[in-house]
Design a protein around this ligand. Structure first.
Ligand code: AMP
Ligand code: MG
Length: 267
């Protein structure tokens, strides 16, 4: 999945990243479910070992335009894992109390404890995305945040949290289709938010804001992946295998036993 990782220092132009790409998996949509199952089995074992080791944690950050598939990714990629070891937190419009603190305050308490996989459905990146696009704070305030975020993720990484970040990259045409589906299907209609249409009109501004995020905050210790997400099956495979690969590289170890099993007698 290295091809989708943003190398630190790259200037990202989203027009160079194809949302409909499926080239890293030749099995196609038909064989994708089996492949996802295979990846899931590795994730189950990796998660068990992470839990047993209880020294480190993993933080997955999901960002996307509306209908980009954050919810779907969470349910497809994490299904089958031990629920005790996974922690999902969503970030919506900040409350009055949250606004009375710095923007990282509300996120820090939800970072995963040792042994767990934490997932952020949206995150403090909104504070340089929606906040930048709508100028919710002045430019001299949001423009300093990229450095804070890099420093914050450095802190997490130094203290034992492996951070990986996914931008689910859909095309504007695919978003139109998904919004239309939400409207047309009675069981999906609850997900339709008329405000999303106003955001859609700001598509180019959001793409620009994402380009800056992806260019400035992809680091060795907290890389961004730009996930081709027009095809849901492919998106799931990319996220799942990037997560599995990352956890494999952590070289997780179950704790060493401090007794001699030969000498244990169970009467
Ligand atoms: P949803 O993910 O559909 O539940 O929507 C959450 C909404 O909260 C989105 O419209 C986000 O843009 C918005 N949101 C999240 N974080 C912030 C933030 N820091 N400031 C303003 N709006 C935010
Ligand atoms: Mg929404």
């Amino acid at each position: 999945m290295d091809r989708y990782r943003v190398k630190p220092g790259t200037v990202v132009r989203l027009k160079d990243w194809e949302p409909g790409d499926t080239s890293a998996y030749s099995g196609g949509k038909e064989q994708a479910p089996q492949e996802l199952d295979r990846l899931r089995q590795s994730l189950v074992t990796l998660q068990e070992t992470l839990w047993a080791e209880k020294r480190r944690s993993v933080l997955v950050i999901l960002q996307a335009m509306d209908t980009g598939g954050k919810d779907g990714t969470i349910s497809h990629v994490l299904t089958g894992l031990n629920p005790q070891g996974v922690y999902v937190q969503g970030f919506g419009v900040p409350s009055t109390e949250e606004l009375e603190h710095d923007y990282l305050w509300r996120a820090h308490e939800h970072t995963p404890q040792r042994g767990k996989i934490g997932v952020f459905n949206r995150s403090y990146y909104e504070d340089v995305l929606v906040v930048r696009v709508h100028e919710l704070v002045p430019k001299d305030v949001w423009s300093r945040r990229y450095d804070h975020i890099n420093a914050f993720e450095r802190l997490l990484s130094d203290e034992g949290t492996t951070v990986l970040k996914f931008f689910l990259n859909i095309s504007k045409a695919e978003q139109k289709q998904r919004l239309e589906e939400r409207l047309a299907q009675t069981d999906k209609r609850w997900k339709f938010n008329p405000d999303d249409l106003a955001e859609r009109r700001l598509w180019d501004k959001y793409q620009e804001a994402y380009e800056v995020v992806l260019s400035r905050t992809s680091t060795e210790y907290a890389p961004w992946y730009i996930v081709p997400s027009d095809h849901k099956w492919y998106r799931n495979l990319v996220v799942s295998s990037a997560l599995a690969n990352t956890m494999q590289r952590m070289d997780l170890q179950v704790p060493k036993i401090t007794f001699d099993p030969q000498k244990v007698r169970i009467d």
